[in-house]
Design a protein around this ligand. Structure first.
Ligand SMILES: C=C(O[C@H]1C=CC=C(C(=O)O)[C@@H]1O)C(=O)O
Ligand SMILES: [Mg+2]
Length: 430
């Protein structure tokens, strides 16, 4: 018997015997099975929202969730709930810092081929209502939907928040601000809207991205059936195990060449280029400044290179020993948004972005991940897109510092966007 069928039976059985315990506001039931399917193919067959998928960059671990039992619009209360209940919350922060954390109805955690399903039941709601809410999820629990090939889907560029000329003007005004104000760095971004024929399924798209955009986090967050935020990001906001936190500065970019020798030359150039070194160092400085009040110790690794499919980046890890009782609410608020996506000084950069960019970043350059009592992990939601019916909006940004060349920064954002766009056939370029 398929293992999801067996999971479904176990959950059904459990609901038959569930006795709401007045001491327990929320009950959690956990089930374990071997699993050889793909959680995105399972998610594709589900019709309950919100939907969440998080494939971790540095380990063979995936989280996948549907439905919602509790939500938290403040990180403080989200963290408090995690500490008190011991449950895992998923979600994150938009670029602007709006918080969206929740306890899902069903949470799958996959480690290699081992799958754990947690089912949450709210004891503050009549059990008959809970059963009625869970029934449609149970109906679909053992279902998958095969992935469709997306290679023949065609993309046509229909609009851009900033075309090349407008982008260059925007970078020029940032360069002026760098000269005449306290601003040291600002990360500017663009949004490109494509029509996709036929309409694109976000799960097919992310599956394709997982296959080729390796060494990345892969994430999907759909609050409803209308639109879905997806992406494959190389950047970790932080990972925490007890009071050991690792964060990073990923900033400074060169293209990737197919020729190995030329690629190595690019990497060598990037490692020694002062503009890119400065772009990266400001991220380290921003993170260290913001974390110093919460840390007992901070160590910064030497510069290295993170190679991706289209671009390569300067990369430093930052190892932090947190002071006692510092929760993920403080960590998130201290680290997000880093100077890799906002700039430095942080508030001046954010103000500049808000008055200059002609689109709303929403979840682009935000963060998604999970919080549990022992561990937490979040990625920075760059290299991302919003898929809405037959439209896809792709985001890409670049750090502007003294010495930035507007046209080179344009090429940089276009190349970053290619990480996702190249998964489909692009028929128009501007
Ligand atoms: C803001 C983005 O990239 C950041 C991460 C790595 C390198 C960057 C850069 O070199 O400009 C950016 O700071 C993006 O991809 O949208
Ligand atoms: Mg750059």
């Amino acid at each position: 018997m398929d293992n999801l069928q067996s999971l479904k039976r176990q959950v059904e059985q459990c609901l038959l015997t569930h006795q709401p315990n007045p001491q327990e506001t929320i009950s959690m039931y956990q089930f374990h099975v071997d699993f050889y399917g793909h959680l995105l193919s399972w998610l594709k067959a589900q019709s309950t929202y919100p939907q969440f998928y998080f494939n971790l960059r540095d380990s063979a671990e995936k989280l996948c969730a549907i439905g919602k039992v509790r939500s938290f619009s403040e990180v403080f209360s989200a963290n408090q709930f995690v500490q008190q209940s011991g449950f895992t919350l998923i979600g994150g922060l938009t670029f602007d810092g709006a918080s969206c954390f929740y306890l899902p109805r069903l949470l799958f955690q996959q480690q290699q081929n081992r799958l754990t399903l947690s089912v949450f039941i709210d004891n503050q709601v009549a059990f008959s209502e809970e059963k009625a809410a869970i029934a449609p999820l149970l109906d679909n629990l053992a279902r998958y939907m095969a992935f469709d090939d997306i290679h023949s889907n065609r993309l046509q560029l229909i609009d851009q928040a900033h075309n090349q000329a407008a982008w260059c003007n925007m970078v020029q005004s940032a360069l002026q601000a760098l000269q005449h104000t306290e601003l040291n760095k600002v990360v500017l971004a663009n949004a490109s809207d494509f029509q996709c024929i036929p309409a694109l399924n976000a799960k097919d798209f992310l599956r394709e991205s997982e296959l080729v955009n390796t060494h990345c986090y892969h994430f999907l967050f759909a609050q409803d059936a209308e639109r879905c935020f997806v992406g494959s990001s190389p950047e970790c906001l932080y990972q925490r195990q007890d009071n050991h936190l690792i964060t990073e500065a990923l900033a400074g970019t060169a293209f990737v060449h197919h020729d190995t020798q030329q690629n190595q030359q690019q990497a060598d150039w990037l490692l020694h280029d002062s503009k890119n070194q400065y772009e990266n160092w400001l991220v380290v400085e921003g993170i260290c400044q913001n974390l110093k009040h919460y840390a007992q110790n901070i160590d910064v690794s030497p510069l290295s290179i993170k190679q991706l499919r289209q671009v390569q980046h300067l990369y430093r890890q930052i190892f932090v020993e947190l002071a006692p009782h510092i929760g993920d609410d403080r960590c998130l608020q201290a680290i997000h948004p880093t100077a890799a996506i906002s700039g430095l000084p942080q508030q001046i950069a954010i103000d500049f972005i808000q008055k200059t960019e002609k689109f709303d970043r929403t979840w682009y350059a935000g963060t998604l991940g999970f919080i549990s009592p022992q561990r937490a992990e979040f990625c920075v939601t760059i290299r991302s897109a919003i898929i809405e019916h037959n439209k896809i909006r792709v985001f890409a940004g670049a750090g502007i510092v003294e010495g930035s060349d507007p046209l080179l920064e344009w090429q940089e954002i276009e190349r970053k966007a290619m990480g996702l766009i190249s998964l489909l056939q692009s028929t128009t370029t501007q």
